[in-house]
Design a protein around this ligand. Structure first.
Ligand code: GLN
Length: 479
């Protein structure tokens, strides 16, 4: 097969070709490895989406469902003996002695590690400009951001530098970069994928999931990473198998359009694409209803108390003692701690730690953290009520298309607004997928579909039917 033929294959097709003997594992791996390595080494015109690229193809040829297909993995997943730095100076060069469960399950199904992908430091951000290893560029327009925090994963898949990638989503970090890069991103139900070995940001929200070229590949990856893990007490046994989505119609499916997430603050071009997709859904047989999520407008405020609170606790472990960076020549222990954290963390991480520490301090705990938790409960109740009337909820994924590098770095609140449509689902712990719905001004727009906990098969089916009808060209930004 020619490299162009290989690049055109979905993961499902590549695994099938390997199984049939028409493509070798080595050839597939090397095609992507060479492309990823070239991007990483081109200092000036690369996308900077990788923090590490494999040196050679692993030798192993037992037949496996994923057939040896290469996988790009977000930096924050621990991978044994391979740098796992969560985009942070404080973990620069850290080589974990073990591999995260989500990754080892995918290895077990036959995936091989191609590369680690760049990300916002500790997954805090919406543009991948907060990485200690430099910003990632969007392959659709290199002057623009790929979204974040899984921006390296999204850019790599959109550019055809990896066939698919693993990301994490705490408040939108799989869905929003997928939207801004014109690919598919799925955040599963909280607990369905083990968090063991994921360098934590906000443990009650963090969830691993796929970033892929199409919905079928997202289902395939999810199928092989799900499941209860004794090493993560919050992980759950998923009640059913994830099957290959096949729906071509939406007859009998009711879709709810929440007024609160589909109006004010959403860019005109994004709304236009959203409305066009709704029309397509009707043509496919779906019934559309307006629904209300009255507390959704408060989701961002609650999230930006809860996530920093959890991060301030999770990041306390980076103290220069156990692993990672240690400030040299500190006079005493306290100075060593403070200098390590001063030098090791970037500005956004420090802002979050300060916010979280404040929100959790005695005397303020009830006013901030306690109140935010109550809002979180209300948001989950809103979704429950909405899902008694409709099967799935649809919104734009992000309020805008990809913005320019540097455009929002000086204004954290403007940056936080990017998560307006994705954070409510994170707080409720429910699954949501973003699929490309078209272009606005030449840049991709994402369409989000959310469902009740464990409705992944239904979500994937609906996304599959819409994807076929939309006919987005997944290869348009390939480099
Ligand atoms: N952009 C959000 C934040 O900065 C979400 C990040 C994420 O999902 N990891 O917290």
């Amino acid at each position: 097969m020619s490299p162009a033929d290989i690049l055109a294959l979905s993961v499902r097709e590549a695994a099938k070709a390997i199984d049939a003997g028409s493509l070798s594992r080595g050839e597939l791996f090397e095609t992507y490895r060479a492309r990823a390595a070239a991007d990483r080494s081109s200092a000036t015109d690369g996308l900077n989406c990788f923090t590490w690229v494999a040196g050679e193809a692993p030798i192993e040829d037992a037949p496996a469902p994923l057939g040896g297909v290469p996988l790009a993995v977000k930096d924050l997943f621990c991978t044994e003996g391979v740098p796992s730095q969560s985009g942070s100076r404080i973990l620069e060069g850290y080589l974990p002695p073990y591999t995260a469960s989500a990754v080892s399950r995918l290895y077990g199904a036959g995936a091989t590690l191609l590369a680690k992908t760049n990300q916002d430091e500790f997954a805090m951000g919406s543009s991948t400009e907060n990485s200690a290893f430099g910003a990632v560029r969007n392959p659709w327009d290199r002057e623009r951001v790929p979204g974040g925090s899984s921006g390296g994963s999204a850019a790599a898949v959109a550019a055809g530098l990896a066939p698919w990638a693993l990301g994490t989503d705490t408040g939108g970090s799989i869905r929003q970069p997928a939207a801004l890069c014109g690919i598919v991103g799925l955040k599963p139900t909280y607990g369905s994928v083990s968090r063991y070995g994921m360098i934590a940001f906000a443990s009650s929200l963090d969830q691993a999931g796929p970033l892929t070229r199409d919905v079928g590949d997202a289902a395939l990856m999810l199928r092989h990473m799900l499941g209860r893990d004794d090493r993560d007490a919050t992980s759950l046994q998923f009640p059913e198998e994830i099957v290959a989505p096949a729906a071509e119609r939406l007859d009998g499916v009711t879709l709810g359009v929440p007024e609160e997430l589909t109006g004010e603050g959403i860019e005109a071009g994004v709304l236009e694409s959203f409305r066009a997709t709704i029309e397509l859904a009707k043509e496919l047989g779906a019934e559309l209803h307006t629904v209300h999520l009255p507390h959704a407008p408060h989701a961002l405020s609650a999230y930006y108390v809860l996530a920093p609170a959890e991060c301030s606790s999770n990041l306390a472990r980076f103290d220069g003692v156990r692993y990672g960076y240690r400030a040299p020549e500190a006079g005493d222990l306290l100075e060593m701690y403070t200098r390590t954290r001063h030098d090791g963390f970037g500005a956004e991480v420090k802002r979050r730690i300060m916010l979280g520490t404040f929100a959790l301090s005695s005397g303020y705990y009830d006013a901030y953290y306690g109140r935010a938790q109550r809002v979180r409960t209300k948001i989950a109740e809103d979704f429950r009520a909405a899902f008694s009337a409709v099967d799935l909820i649809v919104t734009p994924t992000a309020p805008t298309v990809a913005f320019r590098l540097g455009e929002k770095t000086g204004d954290p609140l403007a940056m936080y607004l990017n998560d307006y449509c994705t954070v409510p689902m994170s707080l409720a712990g429910i699954p949501a997928i973003s699929i490309p719905s078209g272009l606005s001004g030449g840049l991709p727009v994402g369409f989000q579909i959310a469902g009740p906990a464990f409705s992944e098969n239904r979500l994937l089916d609906a996304a599959h039917a819409l994807e076929r009808a939309i006919g987005f060209d997944a290869g348009a930004a390939r480099v």
